[in-house]
Design a protein around this ligand. Structure first.
Ligand code: NAG
Ligand code: NAG
Ligand code: NAG
Ligand code: NAG
Ligand code: NAG
Ligand code: NAG
Ligand code: NAG
Ligand code: NAG
Ligand code: NAG
Length: 366
């Protein structure tokens, strides 16, 4: 009797919750989701856990864990133990879990065009802990109000983006937002490198990295990434700079005789997390007559600088990401220099300041 009753109840819950939205249904079809491996209910609770296709490696679901779930971390670890790929969406909201390690077998998440990866209001969460996750193909990743979260702990994450063209959908702004976490929260250089092409709202510090031959604090021959600000002065050996691709900090070029930025031939990204400081400062270089960077541009370079701008929006009165002050006067006299720089990086006026002017501004005053 009880058994039948609970079957009825499960059936009822199943019916009530079995309304995967149209977009997602289409997405499941496109991804050839196996009916047997589709979790229709989406809401994983005490009442639906038996319906979860826990033997499948690839699961299709609009998966949500929340205050109604009433499932222990052990129960979740067991139900997710075979799931390596999730097609659909994932939300973990309002739970008391301390870690997301119950999903540590997960290797990829692929969302539909409305689907995001979201962890919010999990007040006891200390880490996300998706340690085997290598790829998140979701248009948004939103990690918010997990007040005790100190680490993502996603050491293997390599891919984070959304290929709008693949699904011929109207492009929405993709981003990763990490907001209202523990004040001790930090992001690793690897995690930053993965998110570098995507707009981000991250106003936390970098975790102290493990340095090696490639990642250096003090630039020496062979460094590819620099942790901290890189200051180039008259004493700097420019040869060493030729291999540097990423600076996790600001770039300061101050008081040199350089004529152009040719020596930064490999530099692709500057990702500063510092408050009250531009990502790039070029000051007191009287011979500088070409301000275009050789490689500091990606197909969506404005995203790169939004990393910095975001901070400045939140925490500083400054708006620009690149500042030129007191250099060769030709830089303010010849607007084409500024305009070429702006064009080469597809930046807006607000990102570049030359002696406090923006490109358009001093184009007009001439
Ligand atoms: C999960 O529950 C919420 C709230 O009751 C509901 O809006 C949503 O449609 C459910 N998800 C699925 C996939 O049924
Ligand atoms: C989480 O813990 C709080 C207090 O310990 C409790 O009131 C709340 O019901 C718990 N939430 C869930 C989803 O278990
Ligand atoms: C949560 O699940 C346990 C069994 O695991 C059950 O005893 C308890 O009543 C449930 N609580 C709620 C609020 O559903
Ligand atoms: C994570 O990946 C490693 C290496 O492939 C594997 O040994 C381990 O079992 C995986 N973890 C889980 C929870 O599946
Ligand atoms: C989580 O953070 C809140 C606010 O910062 C704090 O009051 C609470 O004690 C913390 N909870 C745990 C389990 O650490
Ligand atoms: C950023 O985009 C460029 C160009 O599309 C690509 O080559 C590079 O691999 C991307 N980097 C990351 C970390 O996704
Ligand atoms: C550049 O060097 C000058 C003279 O040493 C110094 O006053 C100034 O603060 C430096 N600027 C930056 C941004 O470090
Ligand atoms: C300015 O510098 C860039 C990058 O080093 C270079 O590609 C470009 O040819 C230079 N322009 C002129 C006019 O020399
Ligand atoms: C650029 O300068 C023009 C002219 O002074 C001004 O109207 C405009 O607001 C400035 N744009 C930015 C983004 O600062």
């Amino acid at each position: 009797m009880n058994y039948i009753l609970s079957l009825l109840i499960i059936g009822f819950i199943h019916l009530v919750h079995s309304k995967i939205d149209k977009d997602l249904q289409t997405f499941f079809k496109k991804n050839k989701c196996d009916q047997k491996c589709t979790f229709e209910s989406g809401n994983l609770t005490f009442g639906t856990i038996d319906l979860f296709p826990s033997s499948c490696e690839t699961v299709c679901a609009d998966l949500q864990l929340d205050q109604r779930s009433n499932l222990t971390e052990n129960e979740l670890t067991s139900v997710f133990k075979n799931m390596k790929h999730l097609i659909g969406r994932l939300k973990v909201l309002n739970t008391n879990y301390t870690s997301g390690k119950f999903l540590s077998g997960l290797e990829s998440i692929e969302c539909d065009g409305n689907g995001m990866l979201e962890w919010g209001e999990n007040f006891k969460l200390l880490e996300i802990g998706l340690i085997n996750l290598t790829s998140i193909i979701c248009y948004r990743v939103d990690i918010w109000q997990n007040f005790n979260l100190t680490r993502l702990n996603m050491p293997n994450l390599k891919i984070l983006f959304y290929p709008w063209s693949k699904y011929s959908l109207p492009v929405k702004e993709s981003y990763i937002a990490l907001t209202f976490l523990s004040t001790d929260f930090c992001i690793t250089t690897n995690e930053m490198a993965t998110t570098i092409n995507v707009t981000d709202y991250i106003s936390y510090k970098y975790c102290e990295p493990v340095l090696d031959d490639k990642l250096c604090k003090e630039p020496v021959k062979g460094c590819i990434e620099i942790f901290g600000d890189l200051e180039i002065t008259d004493d700097t050996d420019l040869e060493i700079m030729k291999t540097i691709e990423i600076i996790y900090g600001s770039l300061i070029i101050n008081g040199t005789d350089i004529k152009d930025f040719g020596f930064l031939e490999s530099l692709k990204y500057v990702a500063s997390l510092e408050k009250n400081m531009e990502a790039i400062i070029v000051e007191n270089n009287p011979k500088l007559n070409n301000i275009t960077f050789p490689r500091l541009k990606v197909p969506r370079p404005e995203k790169l600088f939004k990393i910095v701008l975001c901070f400045q929006k939140i925490r500083s009165t400054m708006k620009s990401s690149i500042r030129f002050t007191n250099n060769n006067e030709i830089i303010s006299l010849d607007p084409s220099l500024c305009i070429n720089l702006r064009k080469s990086m597809k930046l807006d006026d607000e990102y570049i300041k030359i002696n406090d002017d923006n490109c358009s501004e001093f184009e007009e005053t001439l």
